[in-house]
Write a protein that binds this ligand. Structure first.
Ligand SMILES: [Mg+2]
Length: 330
């Protein structure tokens, strides 16, 4: 992690915060060299992704440094999982502002350390600079995939079942809770949603298990319907999705009972970091077995169709109109 020359003392301290994060990768050379070296495992290909986060845009100023670090890592973990990969290492660029003191940076590094432990990844290297603002981070995550295998968005087929992991909408509703724009009847429900917004749970165990089973896959970050439209566009197919089949948490259930208009937030809000994928209908039994094996909720919410439109339907097969951008081109 090369440092900026103007404030060598300060940047040495920052580097010292991050050095322990490289301990599992000898080729990171404890951040003492100009670059890192690693050997790809036999019969594997490398899958790589990058996400940036800017204060006020991708996280709230009130978020803790630990959580900001973990969210940065987890959004990338979600992208690698969506491709079917297993993550192993990352490069990190940080642009600290004058308000960022060393205590804040230590907490940020502690957040990364906690998630490195949980997800089995290590820091490989990166860069540290100062900026007038806003506070900005960029993380490049690498993973491995078996040679010749990958989950892409472009291979959904008419007749495929559209499936989603976990529950949808908690992240978007959690942002409303965090902003004080939504309050549910119990602290538990408020906390559940808030927590889902602040700390994504990337589906790292599911993605690699979908290789050979799913035709198309992505992680839900823009919003369920917008992300489904990405699959449809790339695969040159359409889709039918049923609102009543979309899995929601008990907190989200309470939210839509209070105000049915919140369904629009659920299907278009984003920040879910669940996997949305399509599976041939003939493989439904394998899907059920996988859900049991991973002890994970996997729900069929609709099917891929030949016609190039995305129908979002109620229980009586009536179309529900959504004004949100992102899928209106269908
Ligand atoms: Mg993604």
């Amino acid at each position: 992690m090369p440092t900026q020359s103007e404030k060598p003392g300060e940047f040495d301290v920052i580097e010292a915060c991050f050095r322990p994060l490289t301990k599992n990768i000898p080729g990171a050379f404890s951040l003492t060299d100009d670059a890192a070296v690693f050997t790809p495992p036999k019969n594997k290909q490398i899958v790589v992704t990058k996400d940036a986060m800017v204060a006020g845009v991708h996280f709230l100023e009130t978020d803790t440094p630990e959580n900001i670090a973990r969210k940065l890592l987890r959004t990338n973990l979600s992208d690698i999982a969506a491709m079917g990969g297993v993550s192993f290492g990352y490069l990190l660029s940080t642009a600290w502002t004058n308000d960022t003191d060393i205590t804040w940076i230590r907490k940020f590094a502690a957040g990364l350390a906690a998630d490195q432990e949980e997800y089995g990844v290590s820091l490989l290297g990166g860069d540290t600079v100062r900026t007038d603002g806003p506070l900005t981070f960029s993380l490049t995550l690498m993973g491995t995939l078996p040679n010749g295998q990958v989950l892409r968005r472009n291979a959904a087929k008419p007749g495929d079942l559209i499936c989603v992991s976990g529950t949808i909408g908690d992240g978007a509703l959690g942002l409303l809770v965090a902003l004080g724009e939504l309050t549910l009847s119990t602290d538990q429900h408020n906390e559940d949603l808030n927590d889902r917004y602040r700390l994504p749970r990337p589906r790292v165990s599911l993605g690699p298990n979908l290789l050979g089973l799913a035709n198309a896959c992505l992680d839900v970050s823009d919003g369920l319907l917008a992300d489904l439209s990405h699959i449809c566009t790339q695969s040159n197919v359409g889709a039918c999705v049923y609102q009543h089949k979309i899995p929601v948490s008990s907190a989200a259930q309470e939210a839509v009972q209070m105000d049915a208009r919140l369904w629009e937030k659920i299907v278009s809000g984003g920040d879910d970091y669940e996997l949305l994928f399509t599976v041939p209908a003939t493989q439904k039994n394998l899907l059920v077995k996988l859900a049991e094996r991973l002890e994970m909720k996997l729900t069929v919410i609709g099917e891929i169709i030949e016609n190039l439109h995305l129908d979002y339907l109620d229980q009586n097969n009536n179309k529900i109109i959504i004004k949100t951008k992102g899928w209106s081109h269908f």
